[in-house]
Design a protein around this ligand. Structure first.
Ligand SMILES: Nc1nc2c(c(=O)[nH]1)N[C@H]1C(S)=C(S)[C@@H](COP(=O)(O)O)O[C@H]1N2
Ligand SMILES: [Mo]
Length: 527
């Protein structure tokens, strides 16, 4: 009996389809079972996120910068989507390979499984338990691609010698394998997401925290926002950014899960005595509440990677004083649970500014994506050199001895915020009615303060804008200017002057290595 006579042979294209499906189902079950395992035994590290995080860490800096600039806060979604497509491609490929050349597809899955184990090993948050998930993925993946291909070969033999049970029986066995596999994947996926949502254990812990009020000692409560701080121009984002709208930038593919009950902050390095602080001890300290505008170094001219919040925390300088900083130190390397580090000039953490070990944001416990339970906020510096979220260690050190995460990836080691300004209204390419046109937005030069804002229309002369009252020199400041403009197209520009008298740099330069310069320019039509 030849293969043709059995009527088994379908077109090669269709067989490839079935083979690809075997690979997809095998890898789907393997990865979903691994996610379930990770959710149960090591919530912060799963094979998929470990591989993703490792890729993010080793990606050429230019690619990351491009991704943040192009996709902004959606960068993680785009990244995960790309990963999904690549994994699906590899899985389908493994299925086809395994059908054509037995063991080759399984070998491919094995290699990816080993890569998963290596990635988990490379994650700073990994414990021994974290290895369970990639091992589960590897074993299941190799086994299932082999078993499903056995069944496919029995139904669609490649050689006469392969022929096993009669066609319809073999077909049923293969389809059953794929179907049961798909159902198992769906079930495991549901279980994993249920477990994940109970990781709301940390969310629950967060909700139960009652933050103390700032200390009653004079100077520890937040400044009262002066009446004239908000000019009330329509279309200008709120002076204090709601937590839900606050920009989020970090390298964490999944938000680190940190239990406040076991969280510790250690002060190490060039100190007289190492200090270890628990969350309860931190809450018992005399806390300060302060409005601070935090900006990302990746914020392009006119961009929105900037926000202003009322932060509650304990001054870093008081913790450093407890530890006793030694002669010769000039930097604090702060470290997060996920391995991210930032290098902050020691001065900025020992002078009188409100550099905070923050636990609260706008009257709420720190949201998880903004660093729960504890993060740093330092007035005057870009986030990448100061605002470590999920912070667990402050190492007092020297720039000569230690380098932070971004400084090894093309960014500078220091990052004072550059004097900048942004026009929020009118919007680019909008049309506004004839008459008096309101130009309004924000200017910022954290810790120096804004002294003046000027606008100009159609390359005319600079004219002073109205400045809103300032909350403090650590926050952004609104401006507005009412201009009479003739109908037609107009271009408006803005520039700020900081309290040292320095005028905002008008020459355009990119965000790397230490923040963009240039003037925000908006073109609109008066009708
Ligand atoms: N652990 C950790 N902390 C981090 C980062 C990070 O990648 N990981 N990114 C920093 C950068 S670049 C910025 S701009 C701020 C952003 O803080 P936000 O997301 O709360 O706005 O966090 C900083 N803290
Ligand atoms: Mo940033």
């Amino acid at each position: 009996m030849t293969i043709e006579e059995t009527g088994r042979c379908t077109g090669m294209g269709r067989i490839n389809g079935w083979a690809a499906l075997s690979g997809l189902v095998a890898v789907a079950i393997a990865l979903i079972a691994a996610e379930l395992t990770a959710a149960l035994v090591s919530p912060s590290v799963s094979p998929v996120t470990a591989v993703g995080s490792t890729v993010i860490d080793v990606l050429p800096p230019g690619v990351k910068d491009w991704a943040i600039e192009t996709f902004g806060t959606a960068d993680k979604l785009v990244f995960l989507g790309t990963m999904f497509v690549i994994i699906a491609g590899v899985a389908a490929g493994a299925g086809i390979l395994e059908y054509r050349w037995r063991r080759s597809g399984a070998a491919l899955v094995l290699v990816f499984g080993l890569a998963g184990i290596a990635a988990v090993a490379a994650r700073p948050q990994s414990s021994t338990a974290a290895f369970a998930a990639p091992v589960v993925a590897l074993v299941l993946g190799v086994m299932l691609v082999t078993v499903l291909t056995d069944r496919l070969v029995a139904w669609q033999p490649r050689r006469a010698a392969d022929v096993g049970p009669p066609g319809p029986v073999a077909r049923r066995r293969f389809l059953q394998g794929v179907g049961v596999g798909g159902a198992a994947a769906a079930l495991a996926g549901t279980a994993a997401s249920l477990v994940r949502s109970s990781q709301s254990l940390v969310t629950q812990a967060r909700e139960q925290i009652r933050l103390p009020a700032p200390d009653a000692v004079a100077g520890r409560a937040a400044a009262v926002i002066p009446a004239g701080a908000d000019l009330g121009v329509d279309g200008v984002p709120p002076l204090v950014t709601p937590n839900d709208n606050y920009y989020r930038i970090d390298t964490a593919l999944v938000v680190p899960v940190v239990d406040p009950g076991t969280w510790r902050l250690r002060v190490t390095g060039m100190v007289d005595r190492e200090v270890e602080l628990t969350f309860d001890e931190l809450l018992a300290k005399p806390l300060v509440e302060s409005y601070i505008t935090l900006a990302c170094v990746s914020n392009v001219v006119g961009g929105d990677l900037i926000g202003n919040a009322k932060w509650l925390g304990w001054p870093v300088r008081e913790l450093l004083a407890m530890a006793g900083v030694q002669e010769g130190a000039d930097m604090v390397l702060s470290r997060s649970v996920d391995g991210f580090t930032a290098s902050t000039p020691l001065d900025a953490m020992t002078d009188d500014r409100d550099s905070l070990i923050a636990v609260g944001m706008n009257g709420e416990t720190l949201p998880v994506e903004h660093g729960f339970p504890v993060r740093l906020v330092v007035p005057g510096l870009y986030g990448f050199v100061s605002a470590t979220k999920w912070v667990t260690e402050l190492k007092v050190t020297r720039y000569a001895d230690d380098v932070a995460y971004w400084s090894t990836r093309g960014w500078s080691e220091r990052g004072p915020v550059k004097t900048s300004s942004r026009i929020d209204v009118p919007r680019e390419r909008s049309t506004v009615p004839a008459g008096t046109v309101q130009i309004a937005g924000y200017a910022w030069a954290q810790h120096r303060g804004i002294e003046a804002v000027q606008v100009r229309v159609d390359d005319g002369s600079w004219q002073p804008a109205t400045l809103a009252a300032e909350i403090s020199r650590d926050t952004w400041r609104q401006f507005s200017a009412a201009l009479d403009l003739a109908p037609g197209s107009h271009t408006v520009q803005v520039r700020a002057v900081d309290s040292t008298g320095a005028v905002q740099v008008d020459r355009a330069s990119p965000v790397t290595p230490d923040g963009a310069t240039g003037l925000h320019t908006v073109t609109f039509t008066v009708s």
